[in-house]
Design a protein around this ligand. Structure first.
Ligand SMILES: *[C@@H]1O[C@H](CO)[C@@H](O)[C@H](O)[C@H]1NC(C)=O
Ligand SMILES: *[C@@H]1O[C@H](CO)[C@@H](O)[C@H](O)[C@H]1NC(C)=O
Ligand SMILES: *[C@@H]1O[C@H](CO)[C@@H](O)[C@H](O)[C@H]1NC(C)=O
Ligand SMILES: *[C@@H]1O[C@H](CO)[C@@H](O)[C@H](O)[C@H]1NC(C)=O
Ligand SMILES: *[C@@H]1O[C@H](CO)[C@@H](O)[C@H](O)[C@H]1NC(C)=O
Ligand SMILES: *[C@@H]1O[C@H](CO)[C@@H](O)[C@H](O)[C@H]1NC(C)=O
Ligand SMILES: *[C@@H]1O[C@H](CO)[C@@H](O)[C@H](O)[C@H]1NC(C)=O
Ligand SMILES: *[C@@H]1O[C@H](CO)[C@@H](O)[C@H](O)[C@H]1NC(C)=O
Ligand SMILES: *[C@@H]1O[C@H](CO)[C@@H](O)[C@H](O)[C@H]1NC(C)=O
Ligand SMILES: *[C@@H]1O[C@H](CO)[C@@H](O)[C@H](O)[C@H]1NC(C)=O
Ligand SMILES: *[C@@H]1O[C@H](CO)[C@@H](O)[C@H](O)[C@H]1NC(C)=O
Ligand SMILES: *[C@@H]1O[C@H](CO)[C@@H](O)[C@H](O)[C@H]1NC(C)=O
Length: 825
C-alpha cells in the first residue's frame, strides 16, 4: 500500500516537473548545463567525484556528427585510472543509465576505451570496449536497475589492466528513482517448481525493450521513467514467419489491469501487437518466434506485455496459445481475456518468466515462441504479444558482465562499420540499449554459425554478418527459402488480379504495370508488379536478385512477398500500402496537410530504410538509384516504407545496349556527380534524399518546369534560399510557426549537406538519420514531447486516418510512381 501511495506521489510530481524528484542527470565533461530531452547538469567540477578529479580529463567527442551535439554525447569525461562517482540518493530502486559514445577524444584512440564499471560490489561491465559495442550512431546506453540500500550510490570506472593505453570514459549518467517494478518471482523455464526471485539484492541489466508491432517510444514518451522502447523492425523475428502488426482501434480505451500500475509501460505499448495473421491453417503449423543471442551463464528475466486489442476478441477461449521459452512450455493456456478475469478486451497486463541460459560456448540463444493451443479448440488459432522486455540477472557472485568484450585481434580501423574477430573463441554480445538515442540496434559478433535467421534478425540494420562464416541450419534454411520468398504460379497471379483487370491498376512505370491484388482467398492485399517478359538469360539473374531482395526484411522497406517467373513473366508481389505515396500527402492533393512531426517521422522511417539498404546486406551495398517521394510509401499506420529498390539491374533499361545511355533515376532528384561521371554510389541516394527532404519541407515538386528557371529545380532553389538565409520564405505555408527553430536549422543543414556537389562531401545515410532523429527530438522538446506519461495517445490524434487516402491506393494518382520517371510530370 505504501508503495502504491509512493507511486502515486511520484507520478504526481513527475507530471508537474517532468523529471522525477531526486533524479540525477549528468552531462559529463561539459561546463555548461545542457538541455536535450531534459535538462542535464554539467559535470565539469568536482560534484559527485569521490576520487581525485585530476585523475580525469574532460574532452570533447570528435565524432563526425558531433557538430550539433546530441546531449549528452558531445563531451565525455576520460579516466586514466580508477575513478568513483558517489551520488547522494535516497534508499530504494534506481535506474542507472550509462551513456557512451565511441569517438576520438583528443589524441586518444577510440579502440582503447576499454574499462570496467562496478557499483556496490556488483560488476556491471568488465573489460568493456566502447568501440566494439557501439550501436547506432556509435552510441551505447547501458541500463541497470539497482536497489540502493544506504544513502549513497557509488559507481566506479576502472580502465582495463589487460590492455595497454586503455582508458575509461563516460558521456552521461542518469540515476532515476524507480518504483519497485520488477520485484516478485518468475517461474524458470524447464526447471519445475523453481522460480527466480527478484529481491533487493538483485541487479538487472536491460537487454531488450521492444514495442512489439509498433514504433519506437522515446524516453520523453515513456510512462515517467524515461525508458526507451525500440521499434519493432523485424530484427528479432526469424525470417520465416513475420506475422502481422496490429493496432488497436482509436476508439479502444486501454485500461490497466487493477493490480498493474500504469508506469509499468505506457499505453502505446499495449495499443500495438504482433499476431500470427489470418491464415488459420498456417498458424496451426507455425510459431511466432523472437530470437536473441545473449551471454551464457546467466538467468534472464522476461516480461511479456499483453493486451487484447482485436475488437472481435472479448471472450474466453477465442485466442489461446502456448508460450514456449527455449523449448520449454511455460504457459500452456495463455488466454489474455481470461487473464483479465473475462472483462473483455483493452485490458493491459504483463507476465514474468525466467530462463536460465547455461554456460558453455560464447553465446546462448534466447527464444520466445508462441504457438496456438490447438487442444483447447479456440475460435482463432492465433497468438498475440504487445511488448517484450528482457533483463539479465546478476549471477551468484554479483557479476553481470559477459565474456571479455574486447578482442585485441580486431582492428576496427580496418572496417569502421563493425568489429570482426579472428578465430572462433570469443563472441561479443551486446544487449540492446536505448536511452536518448532511443534507437536500439543489437550489436553482435558471432562466429560459430548461428541459424541464418538469427544472424539476419540480429544483425538487422547496421551490423551485418561476417561474410562467408555462416551457414543456415537445416530447419531455418528451409523456412527461409520457402516463406520469405514465395513462388507464385501464373494462375495464382491471374486469380489475384482478376486476370490483370485494368481497373485494378495502381500505377504504371518503367518496369511495367502495378496492380492491386488479393491472395490467400482475399485475406491478404498485395501490390503486383508485372514487368516486361524476361529473356531466357534474364531468368537466372532475376531469381538471384529476388533471393537477395527477399532477405532484406525491414520495417521501412516494402516487403517482397514473392514472385512469378512462369512463361518468362517477371512478376513481383509486394505488401500493399494503404495510404499510398508520400507525395500524395504533400502537394497537388486533396489529402489534408501533414503535421511537421508526422513529416519528420516519415523522413526518419525512409532514411532508416535506405540506411538498411546501404549497410544491411553487406558485403553487398544496395543502392536504390531512384529515391523520390513517390517511392516512399505509407502503410495504413503511416509507417514509411521505401519501395522499388534494388531492381535497377532487372529493369529493361539495364539491358546491355542501354546501360550507358539510360540514366536511371528521375529528373529533379539526380545526383549531378552521377551525370558527370556515370558512376553510381550510395551517395547518389543521399543526394536524392536531400531533394526529398526539401520537398517535404516546402511541399513543392522536385521539378516544376512551369516556374521561372531559378525556381524550377527545387534542389537549387532551396539551396539558394538556404544560403541566403531565406529558407523560411519557401517552406510550406502550412508549417509557418509550427517548426521549432532549432529543429528547422538542423533539418535544413542536413538537407543542404545531402545536396553537396561531390558525393564525398555528403553525409552517409546513417548521419542523415542521426540528424533527423535529433531534429525530431528538438521538435518534441518544443511540442512538449509525448507527454510525461506517454499514454496520451498523441500518435493517434496526430495520425488520424484519412479514409479517402485509403482508396487512393498503392501508388496513388495512377501514373508512374513505381519506377523511372524520366520525364517530369
Ligand atoms: C527493499 O528495499 C526497500 C527500499 O530500500 C525497503 O523499503 C524494503 O524494506 C527492502 N525489503 C527487504 C525485504 O529488505
Ligand atoms: C595526448 O595529448 C596529451 C596532452 O594533450 C599528452 O600529454 C599525451 O602525451 C598525448 N598522448 C599521445 C599518445 O600522444
Ligand atoms: C562511427 O565510428 C566510425 C569509426 O570511428 C566512423 O567511421 C563513423 O562515421 C561513425 N559513425 C557516425 C554516425 O558518426
Ligand atoms: C562510496 O564511496 C565513498 C568514497 O569512496 C565511501 O566513503 C562510501 O563508503 C562508499 N559508499 C558505499 C555505499 O559504497
Ligand atoms: C603492453 O606493452 C608492453 C611493452 O610495449 C608489451 O610488452 C606488452 O606485451 C603489452 N601488453 C599487452 C596486453 O598488449
Ligand atoms: C514451435 O516451437 C516448439 C518449441 O521450440 C517446437 O517444438 C516446434 O517444433 C515449433 N513449431 C514450429 C512449426 O516451428
Ligand atoms: C471482426 O470480424 C469481422 C467479421 O468477421 C471482420 O470483418 C473484421 O475485420 C474483424 N475485425 C478485426 C479487427 O479483426
Ligand atoms: C530447441 O530445440 C531445437 C531442436 O531440438 C534445438 O536445435 C535448439 O538448440 C533448442 N534451443 C534451445 C535454446 O534449447
Ligand atoms: C545477485 O547478487 C546478490 C549479491 O551478490 C546475490 O545475493 C544474489 O543471489 C544474486 N542473484 C542471483 C540470481 O544469483
Ligand atoms: C573453434 O573452437 C572449437 C572449440 O572451441 C575448436 O575445437 C576449433 O578448433 C576452433 N576452430 C578454430 C578455427 O579455431
Ligand atoms: C551450407 O552447408 C551446406 C552443407 O552443410 C552446403 O551444401 C551449403 O552450400 C552451405 N551454404 C552456404 C551458404 O555456405
Ligand atoms: C476460400 O474461400 C472459399 C469460400 O469462402 C472456401 O470454400 C475455400 O475453402 C477457401 N479456400 C481456402 C484455401 O481457404
Amino acid at each position: 500500500m505504501l508503495t502504491l501511495y509512493l507511486i502515486f506521489l511520484i507520478h504526481r510530481v513527475y507530471a508537474a516537473d517532468n523529471v522525477p524528484p531526486d533524479s540525477i542527470l549528468l552531462d559529463c565533461g561539459t561546463e555548461t548545463e545542457a538541455t536535450g530531452d531534459r535538462t542535464w547538469k554539467s559535470n565539469f567540477g568536482s560534484e559527485y567525484a569521490a576520487s581525485d578529479l585530476t585523475a580525469s580529463t574532460s574532452l570533447d567527442a570528435r565524432a563526425i556528427f558531433m557538430k550539433v551535439a546530441w546531449v549528452p554525447y558531445g563531451t565525455a569525461r576520460i579516466f586514466k585510472s580508477e575513478f568513483t562517482y558517489s551520488f547522494p540518493v535516497s534508499a530504494g530502486w534506481k535506474y542507472i543509465r550509462l551513456h557512451f559514445c565511441s569517438a576520438s577524444y583528443g589524441n586518444l584512440s577510440s579502440s582503447n576505451a576499454i574499462f570496467s564499471v562496478s557499483s556496490g560490489g556488483y560488476t556491471l561491465l568488465r573489460d568493456f570496449s566502447v568501440s566494439q559495442n557501439r550501436e547506432e550512431f556509435n552510441i551505447t546506453v547501458k541500463e541497470f536497475s539497482i536497489n540502493v540500500a544506504k544513502g549513497r550510490l557509488n559507481i566506479t570506472f576502472t580502465p582495463s589492466s589487460n590492455y595497454n593505453n586503455s582508458y575509461a570514459l563516460v558521456n552521461g549518467i542518469e540515476v532515476i528513482p524507480m518504483p519497485d517494478i520488477y520485484n516478485g518471482s518468475a517461474i524458470i523455464a524447464g526447471e519445475k517448481g523453481v522460480s527466480l526471485i527478484v529481491s533487493n539484492t538483485t541487479v538487472l541489466e536491460k537487454v531488450l525493450r521492444l514495442n512489439v508491432g509498433g514504433t519506437k517510444i522515446t524516453p520523453a514518451a515513456d510512462s515517467g521513467l524515461f525508458r526507451s522502447w525500440s521499434e519493432d523492425d523485424f530484427m528479432y523475428l526469424p525470417a520465416g514467419l513475420r506475422g502481422e502488426e496490429d493496432t488497436a482501434d482509436s476508439s479502444l480505451d486501454i485500461k490497466y489491469f487493477p493490480s498493474i500500475p500504469s508506469y509499468v509501460a505506457p499505453k502505446n505499448i499495449y495499443r500495438t501487437a504482433r499476431t500470427m495473421g489470418s491464415n488459420q491453417s498456417n498458424n496451426q503449423n507455425n510459431n511466432l518466434t523472437w530470437g536473441l543471442l545473449v551471454d551464457p551463464g546467466f538467468h534472464y528475466l522476461l516480461r511479456l506485455h499483453f493486451c487484447e486489442i482485436n475488437s472481435n476478441i472479448t471472450k474466453v477461449n477465442q485466442r489461446v496459445f502456448q508460450i514456449i521459452l527455449n523449448n520449454h512450455t511455460v504457459e500452456d493456456h495463455a488466454d489474455v481475456v481470461a487473464w483479465t478475469g473475462n472483462t473483455g478486451n483493452g485490458i493491459a497486463l504483463y507476465k514474468d518468466y525466467a530462463v536460465h541460459v547455461p554456460k558453455g560456448g560464447d553465446r546462448g540463444e534466447l527464444l520466445v515462441e508462441l504457438h496456438p493451443n490447438i487442444a483447447s479448440k479456440p475460435e482463432y488459432y492465433d497468438a498475440i504479444l504487445n511488448g517484450l522486455e528482457i533483463f539479465k540477472v546478476n549471477d551468484t557472485t554479483g557479476n553481470l558482465a559477459g565474456p571479455p568484450a574486447f578482442d585485441p585481434a580486431v582492428d576496427d580501423s580496418i572496417d569502421p562499420n563493425f568489429p570482426r574477430k579472428s578465430g572462433n573463441q570469443t563472441a561479443i554480445i551486446a544487449g540492446v540499449t536505448g536511452g536518448l538515442a532511443a534507437l536500439c540496434l543489437l550489436g553482435v559478433v558471432v562466429f560459430a554459425g548461428p541459424p541464418l535467421w538469427l544472424m539476419h534478425s540480429l544483425y538487422g540494420n547496421s551490423h551485418p554478418p561476417v561474410p562467408g562464416k555462416t551457414n543456415a541450419t537445416q530447419g531455418f534454411a528451409s523456412s527461409l527459402s520457402s516463406d520469405t520468398c514465395r513462388h507464385f504460379s501464373f494462375d495464382e497471379i491471374k486469380a489475384a488480379t482478376s486476370n490483370f483487370n485494368e481497373a485494378l491498376i495502381l500505377g504504371v512505370g518503367g518496369f511495367g504495370k502495378v496492380y492491386k491484388g488479393e491472395i490467400e482467398n482475399g485475406t491478404i492485399k498485395v501490390a503486383i508488379k508485372r514487368g516486361n517478359p524476361l529473356s531466357d538469360q534474364g531468368v537466372h539473374a532475376f531469381q538471384t536478385e529476388i533471393e537477395l531482395l527477399s532477405k532484406l526484411r525491414h520495417r521501412h522497406l516494402v516487403s517482397l512477398i514473392g514472385y512469378c517467373e512462369e512463361n518468362c513473366e517477371m512478376i513481383l508481389v509486394y505488401d500493399y500500402m494503404a495510404l499510398g505515396t508520400l507525395r500524395e500527402h504533400l502537394y497537388k492533393t486533396k489529402n489534408p496537410p501533414l503535421l511537421w512531426k508526422q513529416r519528420l517521422e516519415i523522413c526518419i522511417g525512409a532514411a532508416r530504410g535506405l540506411h538498411y539498404l546501404h549497410t544491411g546486406a553487406k558485403p553487398q551495398t544496395i543502392i536504390h538509384r531512384d529515391v523520390k517521394t513517390t517511392n516512399i510509401l505509407l502503410d495504413d499506420k503511416w509507417v514509411a516504407k521505401v519501395s522499388d529498390f534494388g531492381l535497377s539491374k532487372l529493369g529493361p533499361s539495364s539491358d546491355h545496349t542501354h546501360v550507358t545511355t539510360a540514366v536511371k533515376g528521375s529528373f529533379g532528384y539526380l545526383d549531378p556527380e552521377y551525370f558527370r561521371r556515370r558512376q553510381i554510389t550510395e551517395k547518389s541516394d543521399v543526394y536524392s534524399f536531400g531533394v526529398v527532404l526539401f520537398e517535404v519541407l516546402c511541399a513543392k515538386p522536385a521539378l516544376n518546369p512551369t516556374l521561372a528557371d531559378e525556381e524550377a529545380c527545387l534542389a537549387e532553389w532551396a539551396l539558394q534560399n538556404q544560403r541566403e538565409g531565406n529558407l523560411d520564405q519557401i517552406i510550406d505555408p502550412y508549417l509557418n510557426g509550427k517548426i521549432a527553430s532549432e529543429c528547422l536549422k538542423t533539418f535544413a543543414e542536413i538537407s543542404e549537406k545531402c545536396l553537396n556537389e561531390k558525393g564525398i562531401d555528403r553525409p552517409s545515410m546513417g548521419d542523415v538519420l542521426w540528424s533527423l532523429e535529433y531534429a525530431l527530438q528538438l521538435q518534441e522538446n518544443m511540442e512538449g514531447g509525448g507527454g510525461v506519461h506517454g499514454d496520451m495517445d498523441d500518435e493517434e490524434t496526430s495520425f488520424t486516418k484519412d479514409p479517402d487516402a485509403k482508396s487512393s491506393g498503392f501508388s496513388g494518382s495512377g501514373n508512374n510512381s513505381w519506377s523511372s520517371e524520366l520525364l517530369p510530370r
